[in-house]
Design a protein around this ligand. Structure first.
Ligand code: PAF
Length: 280
């Protein structure tokens, strides 16, 4: 695997490649990321990965400074997956001057759910992803459904800017007890790690209600899930049922028509914020 740190080297390395499949990451790679690399290999050749902890998407109180950086171990894992090029720029390379041009996602998609609790997050994500796409010029890029809203926003960005990059969704990888894999799981204490799968179990209860209820019943199920999390010591930001197509809250006719829905949640367990979702 070739490791490049500048945009110039990257472009030199990829010159003439027309079917590049790209997996952007912030490092601290786990099995979830590696599943994205494997899916990438099915959608293009060569596979390019990036590791860049993007300051733009962190708020002032977020964990930018303590975000786990495990570069050597990450390289070994990517090498073992057969990744062709790893692009690992530093901040000076990605943002040599203040990044004043930014991508502003539509309010209805970008200011709800994660966007409500992490103002500026999606502007940071879309801006860096557009810039990474400009560096790599991939024909396909892979994003996990674990970050469901991010995936939707990036998919719409690619469509509205007519980017020549197919956005491919990868299923969430879970531990045996159901916890969605995430770099932030490493922050959990032993007791918190044992409690963490409760989030996914609560989402499952809401999915069951969706199969069996009217809109009122579904909303009640989400409220109940939230209340039970609080009783177990969590501090939920949201537990919400949305339409998969546009993340809008469902109307009664959506439930009647069996419009595809998704349940999304974000909740704090001690000092760690976990997010998860399940499609219904
Ligand atoms: O999902 C992530 O790891 C990040 O948001 C991404 C897409 C690599 C952009 O920094």
């Amino acid at each position: 695997m070739k490791i490049v740190t500048t945009i110039e080297e990257l472009r030199g390395q990829l010159r003439g490649q027309l079917r590049t499949a790209f997996v952007p990451t912030m490092g601290n790679l786990h099995e979830g990321h590696l599943s994205l690399m494997r899916l990438a290999a099915k959608h293009g050749d060569p596979v390019v990965a990036s590791i860049f902890v993007n300051r733009l998407q962190f708020g002032p109180k977020d964990d930018f400074d303590r975000y786990p950086r495990t570069f050597r171990g990450d390289c070994d894992k990517l090498e073992a997956e057969g990744v062709y090029v790893l692009f690992a720029p530093d901040e000076r390379e990605m943002y040599p001057e203040p990044q004043e041009y930014r991508v502003d996602p539509p309010r209805a998609l970008g200011d709800v759910l994660e966007g409500e609790f992490r103002p500026g997050f999606f502007v940071g994500v879309t801006t860096v992803v557009l810039k990474l796409f400009s560096c790599v010029q991939p024909s396909a890029a892979i994003f996990g459904k674990k970050d469901y809203q991010q995936l939707m926003i990036l998919r719409r960005m690619a469509r509205q800017f007519a980017l020549p990059t197919q956005i491919v969704a990868a299923e969430t990888v879970r531990a045996d007890d159901g916890l969605a894999l995430s770099s932030r799981n490493g922050y959990l204490s032993t007791d918190e790690r044992a409690e963490a799968p409760a989030l996914q179990r609560e989402l499952r209860h809401v999915v069951e209600a969706i199969a069996a209820s009217s809109l009122d019943g579904i909303v009640r199920a989400a409220d109940d899930a939230r209340r039970r999390l609080v009783e177990r010591g969590w501090r939920p930001d949201y537990v919400s049922v949305r339409r998969r197509a546009d993340l809008a809250p469902p109307e009664p006719q959506d439930v009647e028509r069996k419009e595809p829905l998704v349940v999304l949640a974000a909740a704090w367990l001690g000092g760690t914020r976990l997010i998860d979702n399940l499609e219904a």
